[in-house]
Design a protein around this ligand. Structure first.
Ligand SMILES: CC(C)(COP(=O)(O)OP(=O)(O)OC[C@H]1O[C@@H](n2cnc3c(N)ncnc32)[C@H](O)[C@@H]1OP(=O)(O)O)[C@@H](O)C(=O)NCCC(=O)NCCS
Length: 200
């Protein structure tokens, strides 16, 4: 299945999801440095680990291996043809669960333009319609008002709070879980999101 490219094909659409690649190194590191304070409160950390020494090339190699194994979709998010962030579909599970989890970030300079809601809608439709998954979940710190707006606008269901769910900024943090099942968006999440964007 991998590599996968997903585009917002609507007139005026600016968002593309495509595989994160080694040649993104320079731009990715520039974006991460520029956005360090913007991202830090929301990014997962590993308990007991110091600052990692993993290179970007190793990071992409591991993600690509997971993508080929079918457990992760490590997308780069492009806005108007430029690298602007990441969206990762992880923990892809089949069998009697058929579920996955989505995480994301976007550079502050393009925030507020609906880039991540569009990216989430594209990825969710791919998971439901192509991979045949049944459920997508998104986990958000209760303090992350911007991310809470993303799931609210897309109509993800509030499933409640998971205590001390993820390790972030050096401690176990509570998260709110939001989910959608495929039957809730029979015409696709992009359709729902486009209707909302156009005010229909
Ligand atoms: C959360 C995040 C991914 C949202 O992405 P986005 O593409 O900006 O999403 P939207 O355009 O829908 O904006 C979401 C909210 O951000 C706020 N926002 C609007 N303009 C903004 C701007 N210029 N700068 C910052 N925030 C803005 C608004 O509250 C908006 O909600 P609204 O549309 O109801 O007004 C992004 O803010 C981000 O990357 N934050 C840091 C990392 C992070 O929190 N990741 C998610 C972890 S769960």
């Amino acid at each position: 299945m991998w590599p996968v490219v997903l585009r917002d094909a609507e007139p005026g659409g600016t968002v593309t999801l495509r595989p994160l690649r080694r040649s993104d190194a320079r731009e990715w590191m520039r974006l991460r440095a520029d956005n360090a304070a913007w991202l830090e409160p929301w990014e997962a950390t590993t308990p007991g680990a110091g600052r990692g020494t993993t290179t970007f090339a190793e990071y992409v190699r591991v993600l690509t291996r997971q993508a080929r194994a079918g457990t992760t979709l490590p997308f780069a998010v492009e806005h108007a043809g430029e690298l602007a962030g990441q969206l990762t579909v992880s923990s892809i599970t089949y069998g009697s669960l058929c579920s996955a989890s989505i995480g994301y970030w976007v550079s502050r300079h393009v925030a507020g333009r609906g880039v991540i809601p569009t990216a989430v809608a594209l990825a969710t439709d791919y998971c439901f319609q192509v991979l045949g998954l049944h459920r997508i979940e998104i986990n958000i710190r209760p303090e992350n008002e911007r991310s809470l707006r993303v799931v609210a606008k897309l109509g993800f269901r509030d499933e409640g709070t998971r205590a001390r769910y993820l390790h972030i900024q050096g401690a176990w943090r509570d998260h709110r879980t939001f989910a959608l099942t495929a039957d809730e968006v029979p015409d696709g999440l992009m359709g729902r999101w486009q209707r909302l964007r156009s005010g229909a």
